[in-house]
Structures are given as structure tokens and as C-alpha cells.
Design a protein around this ligand. Sequence first.
Ligand SMILES: [Zn+2]
Length: 431
Amino acid sequence: MNPPGDERPLAQLFVDEFTRAGVESRLIETPSPGGASRVGRAAAWARVPGTGARAPIVLLSHLDVVPAEGEGWAFDPFSGAVVGGYVVGRGALDAKGVGVVHLLTLLALAERTTPLERDVIFLATPDEETGGQHGAAYLLEHHRDLLGGAEYLLTEGGGILMSEIGAPNIWGVTIAEKAPCWMRLRTEGVGGHASSAGPGGAVPRLVRALARIAEIETPVRVIPEVERMFREMAPLAAPEDRGGFQALSRSLAEESAFRDRFLSSGRRAALVRNTVTLTVIHAGSSTNVVPPEARAEIDSRVLPGESCLAFIESIRQVVDDPEVEIEPKLAFESRTAPADTPLFAAIARVAAELDPGSFVVPRVIAGFTDSHYFRDHGIIAYGFVPRWLPARETRGIHGVNERISVANLDRGVDAMLRILDELDTAEAAAR
Ligand SMILES: [Zn+2]
């Protein structure tokens, strides 16, 4: 669970499985800042060598999971219970289940006598759920050689969305993510007894700033990747939305009924504008004490290509109070992976084979994964795990009763092997 982390035993378990099968593997120590983790943190790495004719492909997952507390779990979230053909528990989808599919894929490759051209590298990192600084970022900085100059990477963030109304499934291959632009706000004032407080307290000042921020309506902007994604999904849209999806930016600008419908969905709206969400407020601890300081945090996400610092500056202008400090808490730039690659084409061919009639769509998502660290190093990273999930099942991610069917894990391994084989065959033929 992260926090505190404690990923080391799971990293060891993966390494043990690889070792038992004779696959080259390593446990890599990673830092536990402040000693927060009791049992230690680590990453797991393994490699099935190819002929070396092409650069490696990395299958990336993460070892840490968000906490699983509170009501609603039908089973102990950390028991790994298998119930009615489903593995139930925290991480079944996000992302221990992904690591298992990657593990089994490498074990299957290792049994073959004919190698692929590319090395296939398994990497499972700690610390993804809290931003990856002590996981993916650390590994890229200190152990970059383990990637062997990789060209491609597949990780979470996309998959196969199953239609529940008999429409075609959507194979969503994520090529871009919005970037976090998290902020901290802080105000100071004169503390003292609340019975006789003077003007200018820290709390009223912060509340005034937050009230202004809560009123912000960020402009709608359709980036080319989002325009394309909706255009390709248009045939699957509700009849009244089909025309709007065909030409999203024009429809949002010119058709108010469509615009209202589109923006009323938080999930859709997030793909066409920067978001500003107030999440944390801290001040005072007693009714009769005026606190000398008040703090808040905001989760903003900006569209690919936008600068967080510029966005924070625009927030400062709205707040219009130099006594309110606004600083970035987490920010990085988002990069888009190209969709016109042999790997994307290989995924599309496997989709046509396994799931005839399905749509393969390059997606943009509002959340973020560790992909950006690898894209920063020039690796073509896609969010794609081959598993067939109806929308209701994806709610288990960071929710209750997270689960994945055993059949989905099996199909995932099969699909992953087919994708690697398709890529290999097409590239070998092109030589
Ligand atoms: Zn995840």
C-alpha cells in the first residue's frame, strides 16, 4: 500500500518467479525517503533477450496500490481471493494484475526456441500512485542501462472497453495524458483569541481566494489528438452526438445544445479544458483560536502542450491578492506519443483478429501514469493493457471490490504475445 510503499516483498516475488524459470532478473533497491517504509522499497526487472536486431520493448507495471479502507469490500482486499472466476482485491486491475500478465508473457517467451528481434523487458516500479519520483523517475536516473535503449513501452492507462449494448468494443491505446498542475495555497494572518480577533485573518483571506478560484471557467480547447479520438469514436456515439463527435471543435463552438450536453459530463469536459478542483483545506484546530496560517491544495490538470507555471500565473491573476502564496506542488509537461508506428499497427491487426469489428482508437486520458517519464527519454510509450472490461468494472480502480476475471488474465497474456509476434513478423518482413 502506498503510502507508505513497502513494495519490496512483491518485487521479490516477481524476481523469484523469473529466477525459478531461468529468466534473467534483478531486484533493484529504490529509496524510502524519511524511512517511511517498514519493509523497504524496490523495483523488479527481467529480460527475455531477442536477437538484438531491434531495440527492446518494455512492459511496465507498478507494484504499489492505493489504500483499501472503509466500507463496501466483500472480501479482504489483500487476500487475493478468487471468487466465481474473479481475482478480487486491491491491485487486481491497478496494477498487480498488469504485472501478472507481463510476467506470464515473459515466461511464455522464455520457453520458445526462436527469439524475437527485440528484447522484451519486464519492469515493475514502486511509487507510481504518489507520482513516481521514487520509482520510475529514480530508475531512469540511476539505472537507465536496464532499458537497453528501448524504443517502445506498454503500460496501464488504456485497454479494451467492452460494449454492453452489443456495439463494437473499443481498443483504446493511450497516446497522451493530461499533465498534473497541482498547487499549494498559503495565507498568513494575526493569530490569537477568537473572541476578539482583528481584521485580516488567514482563514477569511484564503476563503476569499478559494471562492474566486471556484468560479473559474477555463476555456474550451480541442487539441488535435482529442479531435481525432472523438472523430474515430463517432460511429459509436449516441445518434444525437454523432455529428458533434465528427467535428468536435467546430461543434463545441457552434452548437450550444451539443456543447451543453458534452460539457455536462466531467469525463468528457476534462478532455477539452484545463481543470481546477479544490481538494484540501487546512486551518485551525479549535473553535476559539484564530490560526495564524491557512492552507489549501488544488488539483489542476492541464492539456498536453500547456505550461503549468503559466496556468498558475492565470490563477494568481484571478485571486488578485499578493498575500496569497500559490506554488506548484506537482507539475510536469505532457508529451504525445505518435500513433503511426509499427507497434500501433500491430495492436490494430491483433484487434481485427481477436475482436472483429472493434475500433482501435488513439486515446487521450485525463489522468496520468508513469508513461511521461519514459516519453521524456524518447521512448514511444502507449497506455495499453489487453483486457476486456465493461465500464462498470473499471470503477474498481481506486474503488471497492476491485477485481479481474481469471479468463481476462489468460486472454491478456495471449493477446500480448500476439501483439509482440505481429510486431516482430511485420518488422522482420520489412528488413
Ligand atoms: Zn496504476
